[in-house]
Design a protein around this ligand. Structure first.
Ligand SMILES: NC(=O)c1ccc[n+]([C@@H]2O[C@H](COP(=O)([O-])OP(=O)(O)OC[C@H]3O[C@@H](n4cnc5c(N)ncnc54)[C@H](OP(=O)(O)O)[C@@H]3O)[C@@H](O)[C@H]2O)c1
Length: 217
């Protein structure tokens, strides 16, 4: 699918680092972007609107109008916020949240091995098609990555093939090489993989201007 070939209506729930980066990355790609903000009148949201041409709304209103919903929320409180979005039957829901918290005195994953944040989100909204992705790099790389020497890879995990095809098209528009990791249980792999990026970027001094790439022969 070529960039911008299929226009989609996308609701981004949360307008912080990740939500605003995705809105910026999708600017000019032919999509109709709605910003789901609990305070849509703030100066920060107004600035994002003027930078992206997106439409600010309350979260549930944005989710109701969109075919693709991006969850860009802090993990703490996400369950309440997601359930407050209203019915999401048959909608494609992108979960880019990492289930982070303090673990043994350090920032880490609060879930793993036999469960994942992606699976929990799918359990909260069973009628929706949840795709775990966009959790594996920093927000800045989601907004702009065309100065990197290679197209960064972005894995996705979810149960519905049609939803993953739509998400792959969006990832392509955001400059990533989309790679299907399998069903939603593979979020158990993608969330620790996101933690690999966080560890290098934040705790090993690598900084934020890098991403994973897949090199194929
Ligand atoms: N930061 C990164 O580089 C990065 C990269 C990959 C994945 N992630 C993951 O992405 C998620 C978001 O991270 P972030 O850095 O963008 O967080 P952030 O900057 O703190 O932004 C969170 C956004 O969620 C909104 N929000 C919080 N509770 C809400 C609710 N109940 N209803 C509606 N909106 C609500 C906040 O709105 P208010 O302004 O009203 O508080 C804010 O706009 C996290 O789960 C994180 O693990 C982050």
């Amino acid at each position: 699918m070529k960039q911008g070939e299929t226009e989609m209506r996308i609701a981004i729930i949360g307008t912080g680092n990740v939500g605003s980066a995705i809105a910026r990355g999708l600017k000019g790609k032919g999509h109709d972007v709605l910003l789901g903000a609990r305070n849509p009148q703030t100066a920060e949201v107004a600035e994002l609107v003027s930078a992206t041409d997106a439409t600010p709304m309350f979260p549930a209103a944005a989710a109701a109008e969109a075919e693709i919903i991006v969850l860009a929320l802090p993990w703490g409180g996400a369950e309440t916020a997601v359930k407050a979005l209203g019915p999401l039957e048959d909608k494609t829901v992108i979960d880019c949240m990492n289930p982070l918290g303090m673990v043994e005195g350090a920032l880490g994953l609060t879930l793993g091995h036999s469960n994942s944040g992606g699976e929990m989100v799918q359990g909260w909204i069973p009628g929706a098609h949840v795709v775990k992705t966009l959790n594996q790099v920093g927000a800045e790389i989601m907004a702009k990555n065309d100065t990197l020497p290679q197209r960064p890879v972005m894995f996705m995990a979810g149960d519905d093939a049609a939803a993953k095809a739509r998400v792959a098209a969006l990832l392509t528009d955001l400059g990533f090489a989309a790679m299907d990791a399998g069903d939603i249980t593979k979020a158990r792999l993608l969330e620790p993989f996101g933690m690999v990026w966080i560890n290098q970027a934040l705790f090993r001094g690598k900084g934020r201007n890098w991403a994973f790439a897949a090199v194929e022969g």
